[in-house]
Ligand binder design. Structure first.
Ligand code: IMP
Length: 419
């Protein structure tokens, strides 16, 4: 019996899904992207090689897998061809044997990009034409891949061999007992329906989006893994209760300068902006797509509980635990204070969310390098207590912990939720 596993972002995107997908891909037969477009970006580190993807699932690095871009994805043909050729130049050949594009996926046009560049600023979009393309789709005036390949575009012929009715590929794989991995882009709090609207993306990154974005039944999903960083980040505008420092402080920072001992001292004396700076610099929190510095903050259990509810998370993959090393005190948000009233549930009204102040619980940090840990018992006691707290405060088990960018830098805790 094969399994169908959904990997979903449990925060505001950039949770390190690429690495988790890459690990699971080893045992998958088919790897699918179900939402978003080249607004996403993930980096996969294999040995000394660094691969950046915006569209193609990272399963392509495993050669013999079938990778699918589902109907829920929006595709910029020029970007996709660039990615195919970039991979080919590094020895990874991409053909219809390992990549299929849904005939119903919508195409991002130049006009969508121009519109996004003009109008997306207030939201802080990536400017890749994503929102306007989904607008065309919903208003029933979009261009689908099946029609694009019949057009006179210079890219049409190049993409033609890849375009298929991919629902068949995926459903047949499921019926034939193959392992299928479904990969969401962005994160739950950027979901068009369930995120911090209007500061959201225009698709459904949540686990439910995997069914509509690929064309499979909810009944076929075996497990749902939500990926969350051991802290949090957000790119672009919008409310962010546990943010450390302000959006303006973050924007004005020089990304080429490293951390100083004064930064660490200041952070450890309680300067919030410097705590955020340590997370940003140690975590290399700069956009893969836009290179923008990411806003950083403490782990937010209120938001995580919400994400786990909406997604029906079976297990969390906690990433970048190593980034917290060196901070003597760690905080975790356990509730929000809305001007004297404590709330434990994530409010949907962003006006209320903007007024929420985090109620924190403090934990002791650790100084040891944890990047070599491969078992829980190899982590310092403080790191184990921190993970226990995330598990208890979110009410969701931790399935995996990542302590570095490499495939091997991973602690597996709930193998039964994986392939
Ligand atoms: P759009 O998806 O380009 O329309 O941007 C809408 C919002 O989603 C902006 O705040 C972006 O910064 C954010 N966003 C889009 N894609 C990603 C991603 O892959 N990671 C993090 N944030 C993203």
């Amino acid at each position: 019996m094969g399994k169908t596993i959904v990997i979903v972002g449990g925060q505001w995107g950039d949770e390190g899904k690429g690495k988790i997908v890459d690990i699971l891909t080893g045992d998958a037969d088919v790897v699918c992207r179900y939402n978003g477009g080249n607004n996403a970006g993930h980096t996969v580190v294999v040995g000394t090689e660094n691969f950046k993807f915006h569209l193609i699932p990272s399963g392509i690095l495993h050669r013999s897998k079938m990778n699918v871009l589902g109907n829920g994805v929006v595709i910029d043909p020029e970007v996709l061809i660039g990615e195919i050729e970039g991979l080919a130049s590094r020895g990874f050949s991409v053909s219809e044997k390992n990549l299929s594009i849904s005939s119903s996926a919508h195409v991002i046009k130049k006009s969508h990009i121009e519109e996004d560049e003009k109008k997306g600023r207030a939201i802080g979009t990536t400017g890749r034409g994503i929102g306007p393309c989904y607008v065309s789709k919903i208003s029933r005036s979009g261009l689908r891949m099946m029609d694009f390949i019949k057009s006179s575009s210079p890219y049409a012929n190049r993409l033609k061999p890849f375009v298929k009715d991919t629902y068949l590929i995926v459903n047949n794989a499921i019926s034939n007992g193959k392992n299928v991995l479904l990969e969401g882009a962005q994160g739950t709090l950027l979901d068009i329906d369930h995120g911090t609207y209007p500061y959201v993306t225009s698709s459904n990154p949540i686990a439910g989006g995997a069914c509509t974005g690929i064309g499979i039944s909810p009944k076929s999903i075996s497990s749902i893994i939500a990926v969350l960083k051991a802290y949090s980040t957000r790119v672009g505008s919008g409310p962010y209760p546990t943010e450390l420092g302000t959006e303006n402080e973050t924007k004005s920072e020089d990304r080429d300068l490293g951390l100083t001992t004064q930064d660490f001292d200041g952070a450890n004396k309680g300067n919030e902006y410097l705590q955020g700076k340590v997370l940003r610099k140690q975590g290399m929190e700069y956009g893969t797509t836009t290179k923008r510095p990411r806003r950083t903050g403490w782990f937010d259990c209120v938001a995580a509980r919400y994400a786990n509810t909406i997604n029906g998370t079976d297990g969390m993959a906690i990433t970048k635990l190593d980034v917290l090393t060196g901070l003597n005190k760690l905080k975790v948000c356990v509730a929000y204070d809305t001007g004297g009233k404590r709330i434990a549930n994530f409010p949907l009204d962003i006006e209320v969310l903007s007024r929420c102040r985090p109620v924190y619980r403090e934990f002791r940090g650790w100084q040891e390098d944890i990047s070599h840990a491969r078992k829980l018992s190899e982590l310092p006691k403080e790191a184990r207590l921190y993970l226990d707290a995330l598990q208890n405060l979110t009410g969701t088990p931790i399935a995996m912990v990542s302590v570095g960018p490499e495939r091997s830098q991973t602690i597996i805790l709930k193998k039964k939720l994986l392939f």
